[in-house]
Design a protein around this ligand. Structure first.
Ligand code: FAD
Ligand code: NAP
Length: 528
């Protein structure tokens, strides 16, 4: 008899809801979490300026209608402390902590093919068994820290966006370097620029950033609360798991040239990631994509006073939205400040770090503080950090040439192991809350099905998996996504196979497929 029906790994948004959902169904469930508290992403990433880039009205749980009505988001895009307070509130409200073991990292998962149960090993050496395991380990939870020569010689302070000190850092009057200009870097740079004595930004690839147009949302929130269930249903059926001004975007070719530009202008003024949905085929049609990209480039030139700096900030080497776009609040304006300098690493690569600062090209930039905002081993990193085995088979070996899953939910050869927002599901291309809730509910229903039928195991069928892998790769190849060296492609991790990781055809389509699989007696899954 296993110690638990289910072990869930991770107590972020996904793990917490998985615990709630399984508890509701009467499964004995234990959550193991490496961190000392709940929150996942929002526990770890406390850098200045950290906030969501999906609107809070959408980036929140829908499973608890009373919570939906009671909780008031203060801003269109809530800041990290507010989101963490929300996660904690949910954990307390549903008394979730009693089934969570904190400071406990899962290091290995070993499947017993005869007993049909997993042995879960943790970093304290303890082992426990579970009939099922749900990996809610996060898509952006394994930080990437490229090692720069001489880093240990630096006599100043170093900080990393993904584990910023909980008491904050006073950067007033300091000379600060920020390495990395993805979403974390952008938010940090914008927040600290007014306070520091000097800020030097080390940029390898310029991002495309759209304005957030953040604001308080008292009236908007009240309007949505009046029909939250219908609102959520539309999000679940949408492409990105969140709605864009409630309309279906037009195909680029259906618009006259002036109308296309006007649409871009309208989206730009609305602000946020809906910009990338201006045209339904923005990531398929290179002409549409270039128009949308050029629109942003023009805004950069308009905003940044120094033409040379503006040019360095202008992305040209990849299609817009093929790397994750950034949502900013005054990012480009930062470069009009006298205390901010930009180093273009394509011209002057970082050669080393010294006791005094960062050497890029021939110049030593003297600083007191270095902030690393260098990203994550996305989507597969957390799962592959665990030694997952079934006899001689290991997940790491199986995924060496890229992940292989059925629906992003299971991987053949590893029965009774589910992933929430795993590779080859929409996950990071969507409002993660929509995708998390969908997976959690699908997994809970599948486990109830297994229990009702008296089965001991559920496993992805190899042919179904092969088909799904081909489908996800083929659909990605129809888009412009592979034309960018992005973390969606694994391109940011040295040695990682370049394979497009998420499912590209949208949340609504994906839901229809997975709903269909479930009602057709879990077609493509084997039970025993
Ligand atoms: P996580 O929040 O990553 O939680 C996973 C948990 O698993 C962590 O607590 C981790 O410690 C734990 N864990 C991992 N491995 C192990 C192990 N082996 N043993 C034990 N515990 C383990 N998405 C959006 O949709 N909108 C946004 O605005 C947005 N903003 C983001 C901002 C930042 C700074 C980052 C980094 C990501 C953002 N994301 C956003 C993506 C975000 O990760 C998801 O929205 C969501 O928070 C993921 O929740 P999760 O529970 O799946 O994973
Ligand atoms: P990221 O987008 O991967 O950005 C990492 C940055 O570091 C990039 O600019 C990268 O350059 C640079 N970099 C990496 N290695 C480097 C090296 N050796 N030398 C110089 N530069 C290097 O990571 P992130 O900013 O943490 O964001 C990851 C994802 O988390 C986002 O895309 C988003 O999904 C989510 N997120 C969201 C928000 C939000 O607004 N809500 C905030 C933070 C994060 P290259 O581009 O050249 O690789």
């Amino acid at each position: 008899m296993a110690d638990h029906d289910v072990v869930v790994i991770g107590a972020g948004f996904a793990g917490l809801y998985q615990l709630y959902a399984l508890r509701e169904l009467g499964f004995d469930t234990k959550v193991l979490e490496a961190a000392p508290d709940v929150g996942g992403t929002w526990y770890h990433n406390r850098y200045p300026g950290a906030r969501c880039d999906i609107e809070s009205i959408e980036y929140s749980y829908s499973f608890d209608p009373e919570l939906e009505q009671e909780w008031d988001w203060s801003e269109r895009y809530a800041a990290q402390p507010e989101i963490l307070a929300y996660v904690r509130h949910v954990a307390d409200r549903h008394d979730l902590r009693r089934d969570i073991e904190f400071d406990t990292r899962v290091t290995a998962l070993d499947f017993d093919d005869t007993a049909n149960e997993w042995t879960v090993t943790t970093d304290d050496g303890a082992r426990r068994t579970a009939r099922f395991v749900v990996a809610a380990t996060g898509c952006l939870s394994v930080p990437l820290h490229p090692r720069f020569e001489g880093e240990d010689e630096f006599t100043g302070a170093t900080y990393r966006t993904w584990n910023w000190p909980h008491d904050g850092v006073d950067l007033t009057g300091k000379r600060v370097a920020v390495i990395g200009t993805g979403s974390s870097g952008l938010q940090t740079i914008t927040a600290i620029a007014p306070d520091v004595a000097a800020l030097t930004v080390f940029q390898r690839t310029p991002p495309y950033a759209v304005p957030a147009r953040n604001r308080t949302i008292t009236d908007e929130l009240a309007a949505v609360k009046a029909h939250y269930p219908e609102f959520r249903e539309l999000s679940r059926l949408s492409r990105g798991g969140a709605q864009c001004a409630g309309d279906e975007p037009p195909f680029f070719d259906d618009l006259a040239a002036d109308d296309a530009s006007a649409e871009l202008g309208r989206r730009w003024l609305d602000g946020g990631l809906c910009y990338q949905q201006t045209f339904r085929d923005l990531l398929q049609d290179p002409v549409a994509n270039e128009l949308a990209a050029e629109y942003v480039r023009t805004r950069i030139r308009e905003t940044v006073h120094d033409p040379e700096v503006a040019e360095k900030l202008t992305p040209r080497s990849y299609p817009i939205a093929a790397k994750r776009m950034c949502v900013d609040t005054g990012y480009y304006e930062v470069y009009n400040r006298d205390n901010v300098a930009l180093v273009d690493l394509t011209e002057d690569p970082i050669r080393r770090i010294t006791a005094r600062g960062v050497v890029a090209g021939e110049t030593e930039h003297e600083v007191d503080v270095i902030v690393f905002a260098t990203g994550f081993d996305a989507m597969t990193g957390a799962l592959e950090a665990i030694d997952v085995r079934n006899g001689d088979r290991t997940l790491r070996a199986k995924w060496a040439d890229g992940p292989r899953t059925y629906l992003g939910l299971m991987s053949a050869g590893f029965p009774n192991l589910f992933t929430v927002t795993g590779p080859q599901s929409p996950s990071v291309l969507s409002n993660m809350m929509t995708s998390i809730e969908y997976h959690v509910e699908w997994i809970a229903s599948a486990l109830a099905h297994v229990r009702e039928r008296g089965f001991a195991r559920i496993e992805a069928d190899v042919d179904a998996e092969d088909n799904w892998v081909n489908t996800t790769n083929d659909t990605a190849d129809l888009t412009l996504f592979p034309n960018a060296a992005s973390w969606y492609m694994g391109a940011n991790v040295p040695g990682k196979k370049r394979v497009f990781l998420p499912f590209v055809a949208g949340v609504g389509t994906y839901k229809q497929i997975c709903d269909g699989v479930a009602v057709s007696h879990y077609h493509g899954f084997e039970f025993a």
